[in-house]
Design a protein around this ligand. Sequence first.
Ligand SMILES: [Fe+2]
Ligand SMILES: [Fe+2]
Length: 579
Amino acid sequence: MQTESMRISLGKIVEQLGLNIERPKLFEQFGQQIDAIYGVLSMINVPIFAEYTLKMKEMCYKCSRSDSEKGRKKSLELMKAGVSFLGVLVEKISNPEELEKINFQVNLDLKKIERTTIQYFNNIKMGSIQYEEDTLSILIFEKKGGIKSTVEEAKKKYYPAPIFANAPGGYRKELARNNLKIAGIVIDTELSSNIWLSLIEQAHMFRPGVPILLINQDKDIFEEINKGKLNIQGVITRPKDFQKLIDIFKNKEGQAEIVSVEGKNVVDNAEEFIDVLAVNFTMGYSVPFSVYLRLDNGRHLKIVRRGDSIDEEQLLRHQSKGIAKYYVEKKEFNSYLDYCREEVSRIFSDSSLEINKRKNRFLEIAEETHNFLQTTKLGPEHLKVAEVFTEQSGNLIAELAKDNKNLKQFILDLEMQEHAVSVALMCGVLLKEIDAAGEIYNEISLAAFLHDIALINESSIVKSEDVRFMDENERAIFLGHPSKSAAVAKELGLKPAIVEAIAQHHMRLDDSGFPKLKKGTANKVNRIAELIGLAEDFLLLLKLSKEDNNIDPFAKMSYELSQKFSITIQKAYRKVFAI
Ligand SMILES: [Fe+2]
Ligand SMILES: [Fe+2]
């Protein structure tokens, strides 16, 4: 059991502190590990234990910042008792009656912990929340679990612990968390390139100047990319331990490629600047843009030229003066971003690059939908067709994007791609049963991928196409997106059939969709539009079923199917899913 191994490791810390109590770092580590145990306990029904561990964490953190000898001794006593309580907990967890017997003792110690914290550490302003705010961390995006154990180990040993993300949404949330100080970013590239390239872009946007390392077991395939241009500090194989990772960061091998833009030493206009967190430059790498300090008179003084680095001493001096932000000229920052993006889109749209020769380059993006489909009654032959169709569709779009700036932006937007690939996958599943001739596969591909292209610059709420959360304004944008997307498709020079399919992808035969069917004409919706519409509706039902267990997406779809879609589509759907 996980808690048991944590308990053993806590026992070791207590032992070490028994030999020498003057080691504040060990109190910190204890607090950190007990925090992990709190995480586990708060999910099972042992409220007193959960609260006990929470208070213990606070005491340990504060103790690590205190000089009080008595406070330390008292804390150590309570920590020792904590280790034995956890032992009992592990042993009796399946026997609530037995566990109840020690509840009284635990509750008593909980009060002692509270008293100790107030008595000895009252002046320490390091409550759990403030402590979090003060962290300086390495952010790691790793999905396949290859270095998960390294990270888990590091979480126990290091403070601040590395932050771990394994989904693009979570990663972005960490990047946007203002109180999280990120000193370095590590991205696993053993995923399709549109995932990791997009993660790099987000890192540049949210955390300009923070060094980035890529992980890949095959470092050679990165020879084809311009790391300087991408502003990547290096490519490494999976590190054996976390310390090694930190050492690599400190090696400062990587140098950013410098874009030449003229700049002055003191600049007046405040509007032309954006702020960046000073901690972004902690690792001391060369900066790809000039960095300024904002003076009291509103002017900006250049402290580092593009290509140089901010040294640690300078950084500390500024920190001690309470300077948390630096400034970068907007114009220079934008050209730096554009420069990186050029390389990002070059890599992505060149399928001949070794780096892009992954078997499931696109399927990975729609992993959730793909996994779901594997659990359904869908036959393997339908799934196989869908997988091949999705990969081919993705490659077709990547090819088109080579010489189109808007498409380049579109294919690197993970949110849009996840939806586009999922829709393609759902269409692909039905292909075998709708008698679609091979030549219209390309039309379906293009329509499936580009059907929502007009939503690219809209908010996540509009992009989600879930009308429940939209305000009036967002709803209006949503209602207009089929015709706007069709206009974009027309501009791209796509065939009228595809343009029509995109324009009609929310139309339904019972007129519950939009735009409304034309009165007086035979009620007919473009067949490809129907395919996309079915995929769209089904994916939304799937989302709803995740929020509410009572919703069965198949039952609901089956009910809606006969009213909203043509017989051909209905038949195909029922045959594929054996309903
Ligand atoms: Fe859509
Ligand atoms: Fe749509």
